[in-house]
Design a protein around this ligand. Sequence first.
Ligand SMILES: [Zn+2]
Ligand SMILES: [Zn+2]
Length: 287
Amino acid sequence: MPYVDLHTHTTASDGSLTPAELVRAAADAGLAAVAITDHDTIAGVAEALTAGRELPIEVVPGVEISMAGGPKGSMHLLGLFIDHHNPDLKQSLQRLQAARAQRNPRIARRLQELGIPLTMDEVSALAGGGQVGRPHFAQALIARGVVANRGEAFGRFLAAGKPAYVDKFRFQPAEAIAMVKAAGGVPILAHPGLLGLGLAALENLVDELVSHGLAGIEVYYSEHHNNLARRLAALAARRDLVISGGTDFHGDNKKDIHLGVGRGTLRVPESLLGPIRRLATDGDQAP
Ligand SMILES: [Zn+2]
Ligand SMILES: [Zn+2]
């Protein structure tokens, strides 16, 4: 049976492979399709689509948008089959990029105030020209010997509520879902298992998101154990939602997650792709 990976990150956000490298790696892994879903950007999509034309693999244009809400104040929405030329989507994502760019120097300043003389140059260099985010601050703190690992960096400094945490602008769920739909894409709640909710609370949240137009749930995911995936699949069936699945591959920036297979056992069947594709609309016809 052919398999797919509908959640991956390239150097356009915080992955370590360029879009072309990632598509090649996915084809080498024998995947039938791969979706490019960088954080708050579609900058890698065109290169990935071009690379896919030469290879026996389907490239699904996508994005992963940070939106407000949930118990942690932030949730992720996948948009699959988006039109990456859609001007409104581009403009909305630029707003998120700008918010990110303003946030980073403020994080650096907080760390400086805490006696850690870290500079933005140092952090940007770790991003290798891509989008800078908190994982790069974590790397810089490790490189300086301030912390031993990423978990300690977030736990002591970077996580919400910690001294170097700076909040950033996020769209409301209704706005993020509308953005994806207006660009012809299919809005899917990413990794619900990471929200830290029990099944009943999750079901309420999904109902609320469905009222805004949510169309699917990411059921198969590197960090979802089989029992959770079964329950999520049942929830999707009850609410008539499509099911998606992916690894959240970041290349060397998440070394234990491998393309197509996650920690080794994940398999996302190609048969999930048809129902998602059928929901994707032509951006021009969307309301
Ligand atoms: Zn995510
Ligand atoms: Zn992701």
